[in-house]
Design a protein around this ligand. Sequence first.
Ligand SMILES: [Zn+2]
Length: 562
Amino acid sequence: MFSVKTLIRYAAILLACAAPIVSLAAQDTASTPAVSQQIPAGAPRLIVAISIDQFSSDIFAQYRQRFTGGFARLTQGAVFPAGFQSHAATETCPGHSTILTGNRPAHTGIIANSWIDQSVTTGPKVVYCAEDVSKRTAGSKDYVASSVHLLVPTLGEWMKKANPAARNIAVSGKDRGALMMGGRDIDQVYWWKGKQFVTLAGREPGPSAVAQNAEIDKLMAKGAPAFPLPAWCGRNDRAVQAGSATVGTGRFALKAGEADQFRVSPRLDRATLDLASKLVDEQKLGKNPVPDILSVSLSATDYVGHATGTEGAEMCIQLTQLDLALGDFFASLDKRGIDYAVVLTADHGGFDMPERLHQQALEMSARVGPAVSPEALSATLGKKYGLEPKGLILSDGPSGDYWLRRDLDPGTKGKLVDDAKALLEADPQVEVVLSAAEIAATPMPTAPPESWTLAERARASYNPLHSGDFLVFLKRGVVPIPTARPGYVATHGSPWDYDRRVPILFWRKGMTGFEQPSGVETVDIAPSLAALIGLKTPQGAFDGRCLDLDGGAANTCGVMTK
Ligand SMILES: [Zn+2]
């Protein structure tokens, strides 16, 4: 299935890795490394892990003084305003894969939202990160959602290995959000699809999901009025044109029957939290003999960011409403008397659209031009070498991983990579092109994430099973959407800090709060939570380190071996 070159590269990486990849074997129950749990007295009974999709440190800083609800509560806990999704591929799937596995995408295997697999025989060569390709049916536009590509266990899976009675539950506005946080061994999992919350193929939705879907049906049939504009959103409330889209002044009125308006609005997050709350009761979370885990990935901030950018009235309203919905969710847990610990972070940051950035002192921002694309490269290099241009060079967008047609001989491949690098690096919008060999030869970084080189960022999301033959980084401020259109004006995915930096907030009732402005990583979350509940994982299970969440002399990492 993999070329000899790929296998050799993979072996080289295994040898070069400082940390042993025990996790590759861990999905095989027979060879699962020992995990044990001694629940400390006073350990939380429920871990609530929340990911706010596209919640950058920048918008957290912009709005944190305005929050009065759930965000305000969390800022009383342990606050890490400079958490890092430290890798280069700052997309939803890789980002979610780091949060509860404690592993960088190099080890989770989730190197992007989608990658090219030229061995696929049914359908397109583009493989979605949360898709089971082996279940594809010819001609079908749909896919079977699965966590099959995730190569390492999640915290919930480690908890279940230590204590099978532990419940591992996940809900999200996106399948990849729920599946990458929950993993494979997951008791209940739901995500938004089209007009309702759905679950894995072969499973029936439980009573909570059925009830939640019925509530949404009712709302959708009736429609709903616009949200009010908070006073502090006033300066964001200005129309800006981006391609054929006009954004900046939206209020999210819901027209009856418009499911897409429901999705791209604060209503999706409130519904996801309502479903999470129902599942707490249904699954008796926090009341079981051993600690449980509930993962909640809230997708609306990302949908709003893509559709309207980060600096319009829309994002201001979205965060205001999300703050209130989170507050209500925590209040519902309080009412049930559950002893819970929360972590809230994001799968990646975000960046505004060039058209508004131009008005706001960032004139160097631009949309990527047509020269940076697999089609343009294939045409130029196909002509030079007398090769069929169609399918010569493949990618899933202008930036990120690029693949060469797999049947080319190694000599031709080498020449094509060198030529692609020279051509692309001559383009003023391209920062650097790194070959797979260059990235593989870069040691996994160990310094704080804010100091990493671009090659180190690339290394952290390089996995030879899925990564391309070379990687294209656009310059800071260049947005990889050639033409804006309604619903898609801004994005993330770059190796720059506006996409890498996310807040990490830990909160538990009665804890001594503190703020640590130095950089930490999202892969530190799983070992930190594991320590809270006395879970001992094998050495090398995590890329991250345990963060001491006690603001005083005590150390919450005391029970960890790492
Ligand atoms: Zn995302």
